[in-house]
Design a protein around this ligand. Sequence first.
Ligand code: GLT
Ligand code: MN
Ligand code: MN
Length: 392
Amino acid sequence: MAKRVSTKVGGKTDKFTFGLWTLGNIGRDPFGGPVRAALSPAHIARMIGEAGAYGVNFHDNDLLPIDASPKKKRAIIAEFKKALSDYNLVVPMATTNLFSEAVFRDGAFTSSDARVRAYALQKTMQAMDLGAQFGAKIYVFWGGREGAETDAAKDPIDGIRHFREAINFLCQYSIENNYGYRFALEAKPNEPRGHIYLATTGNCLGFIETLDYPEMVGVNPEVAHESMAGLNFVHHVAQALEAGKLFHIDLNDQESGRYDQDYRFGAANIKQAFFLVKLLTDHGYDGPLHFDAHAYRSEDYQGVMDFARGCIATYRILKEKVARWNRDGEIRDILAASHIEDENLAKLCGEFSPASAKTLKAMKFDRHALAAKGLQYERLDQLTLEILLGKR
Ligand code: GLT
Ligand code: MN
Ligand code: MN
């Protein structure tokens, strides 16, 4: 049996995962065909195991081709299970392909055609059965086709309503079958649709509270997607974490103002990657760390392995840098100087009472004195860079 490399920090092992569609990506883009031969799911799983990961995720049709015969399906499943056990890999997350087939060209759960919506539900229930067979406990919903090019086509309120109906139905399906799934909604602003509904993690967090089983549903933010929307990814993850809704995370990288690049983790914005790892580490996130990324189209499968190992290596290096940053004396001093607490004020502002409001209103604040001292964030940011550049 191959040995799995693991990072133990505070007794916990980082749960690095890849989707079958990530290492198995054949390098197609809108302007050109494949540059790598398609591999079997078992073969991809072995590569993921060789890279030192903890687990593998899949869409129903990454594992089982949509028209495979029952006999063929059984053979694929048996071979895949063998690869998982050879490499001691688990399947923490499963999902449904609701985007490749032409039937979903105008949406799956949000199609204007009730028959397409019903088919999408059927396909998802079957995919949930498949995921459960492998022990998956997280179920991702990426609504890549749920959107529009023109709002003449449908009322966006119908889109939201139909999406809600589908998630409510499927929560109930999971409960009825004792699958124990937690659903994770993945936002993206556009691509492949001109405009996708629930465009950001913030939209998803708002939507979740309108569901029948809000406690079962969280988010799966992806670096590339929030960055495409021009937003600060770390802040979005922070809001999800703080709300207890970070059920899963898609790590990759993205330059601003571009198509969904799905670059190797840390490839484009190392500083953001550092603050992300810091956030996840400081707050004890212990869910899967899923690299939802693709190797450059220039690569053969050796390059794909370089890509996979690179994702894991960068995460680990950044985690070491986080520990270094957190114990750096000068950094701590700068932070201590700007983080000023006051017991009386904490009492006064912590909880409203008519008396505390009255006291507060009567207090005198010298706003000029409060603003007199610089905060040293230039130095702080430079120290961060020096740690990242290996000079500190
Ligand atoms: C697709 C998409 C990803 C999603 C996957 C889950 S599929 O590759 O680009 O961001 O996470 O459906
Ligand atoms: Mn993703
Ligand atoms: Mn992406």
